[in-house]
Write a protein that binds this ligand. Structure first.
Ligand SMILES: [Zn+2]
Length: 310
């Protein structure tokens, strides 16, 4: 099975996973107790075999964690997934037929260190950019997919991410396949300045055309979905889902608190907070995501047969 192949890979060390921003934001995290018995116990276990849950501090065997789709069996914390990991557990056969793999960012502003940063991210992740797009099936239903990867410059949106998402939406429209997006992003990519911001308009226009054509768009927020990605295509799905505990917001808590001079609730900008305030259609645990998407696709396909669609 592809899932096992992916996680069976050697050489993944502590700190190589996607950036965990929860502690910085303080929205979800409880600081793990460094001196807990399980932490002490970890010292006796060879490095690489175990991983510490950033939420409850439990020391978890990596194999067990991976068998549990990288969800902490103790507290339900969802570890971030890379795009290949997400594809492996979501789509039939664990893969999609990729579009536009060779689109690579330029350095339009000659931003200091940007080329090196891109090269480093490409080398480390094996991806060319922060989103993987393509087509595949979920329980036999064909979809066009866009899956973001938070390890790649924090999943930020530069020109190529915007272009790939817009092209994927156009392809979904042309083929009349539902569009399924998994977002994970720190927002616009500052190294591309205004060109990054322009991607918001381009992608929003592309998914609007999708809506006009009557093609379903399911947007899934994963931790974290923020900034210009949330404020453009990710926020425009017909159905908005999120993983438990995901941070979802336009701008950071500190900025908002300074601006409005008020203390924000502790769960502000979590999936649970958004759901309670009617801004999400559902919070779906990772294990239920694939069946939930399949159910939506089935209902949608049945509706089209009965109603004739548009
Ligand atoms: Zn935990």
């Amino acid at each position: 099975m592809r899932w096992r192949d992916l996680f069976g890979k050697k050489g993944k060390r502590e700190g190589e996973g996607p950036p965990l921003r929860r502690r910085e934001t303080g929205a979800v995290a409880r600081k793990a107790d460094e001196a807990s018995p399980s932490a002490r116990q970890a010292k006796d276990i060879p490095e690489g075999l175990v991983e510490k849950c950033p939420s409850c501090g439990a020391i978890l065997y990596r194999k067990e964690l991976e068998a549990n789709l990288k969800v902490c069996p103790r507290c339900g914390y969802h570890f971030p997934l890379s795009a290949p990991e997400r594809i492996a557990i979501t789509f039939d056969g664990g893969h999609i037929f990729e579009y536009d793999r060779d689109l690579v960012s330029e350095d339009p502003l000659a931003f200091p260190g940007y080329r090196e940063k891109l090269a480093e991210a490409q080398e480390r992740t094996g991806l060319m950019e922060a989103v993987v797009t393509g087509e595949g099936t979920i329980e036999g239903f064909p979809v066009v997919a866009a899956v973001m990867d938070g390890r790649f410059i924090m999943g930020s949106m530069g020109s190529v991410v915007g272009e790939k998402v817009a092209r994927a939406a156009e392809m979904a429209r042309a083929k009349r396949y539902p569009f399924v997006l998994f977002s994970a992003s720190g927002g616009a990519r500052m190294q591309e300045g205004i060109l990054s911001l322009m991607q918001m308009a381009k992608t929003a226009a592309a998914v609007r055309r999708l809506a006009d054509a009557g093609v379903l768009f399911v947007s899934v927020f994963t931790h974290p979905t923020t900034g210009g990605v949330l404020a453009s295509f990710a926020g425009l799905g017909d159905v908005l889902l999120a993983e438990p505990g995901a941070l979802i917001g336009f701008t950071g808590r500190r900025i908002i608190e300074q601006t409005i001079r008020e203390k924000l609730p502790p769960d502000f900008q979590t999936a649970e907070f958004l759901f309670a305030h009617g801004q999400l259609d559902g919070i779906v645990p990772r294990k239920e995501m694939r069946p939930t998407l399949a159910k939506l696709l089935r209902l949608h396909a049945a509706g089209r047969r009965v109603g004739g669609g548009r």
